[in-house]
Design a protein around this ligand. Sequence first.
Ligand code: FES
Length: 285
Amino acid sequence: MSDSPERRVRLAVDGQGLDAPAGKNLLGFLNALGKEIPHFCWHPGLSVVASCRQCQVEVQGPGPAPRRLAVACRTETAEGLQVWTGTDAVRKARRGVLEFLLANHPLDCPICDKAGECPLQDFTFEQGQSASRSDLEKRTFRKRVDLGPVITLDEERCVLCSRCVRFFPEVTGETQLGIFGRGAHSMVGTPGDRPLEGRYQGNLADICPVGALTLKKFAHAARIWNLRSTPSVCPLCSRGCSTTVDVHRGAVVRIRPRPNPAVNWHWMCDEGRLRFDDLNAAERL
Ligand code: FES
């Protein structure tokens, strides 16, 4: 194995000179700096597709490359790169993308389990983007599509980021979800609404950024802002996945994976996620 030291580069973010590892994903790098770049399709545990176009920043370089808008998730840290994250051009570009995403998104936030931890809700609030310029009717799709014992799909909420589609081949090794239909009729799903299979379905609810794929077990169990969250470790097998346990009114209502590259990366199995009823049993000490 090579012990060659990591190559470092000098770049500038919002006018501040910084030292960075070469060839790092710019979006991940900016997030680690606390810059909070809005994004939907990018996930640190999945491949990059750069399809949602929400993570735009202005860049100049490397070398003689001119100043331009670029998606941060498809840009790498490089020597001499200059990055601006909050210019008027950046704000206008992101606002345009958001307007398209909201054109057909239902006003489900009051009844959506993702409310409170939904980036679409957060970015919309941050941008103050509550009015639409469109007077067309919103598209309607199916609500509460049954995708097996763990997950429910709400087609109207989907922003087609494809995180869930990539999850299966890239993490579990088998394709289950796809995007069907064309243009405005494109929709995520399984062939013929076939139920999802396997032991890792619950991860879809974590990676879906907008509440299109939600956990049946957590359906309307609590509002996110009323939860008390505690870092923990799953005791159900010797892997010991890092978890976060969410408690509402003294009862465990949800267990989620806690990112830990040394053990479980961003994922956990459905057994560890869903088998917590015994923790809430009345006869338990
Ligand atoms: Fe970069 Fe979607 S997060 S294009």
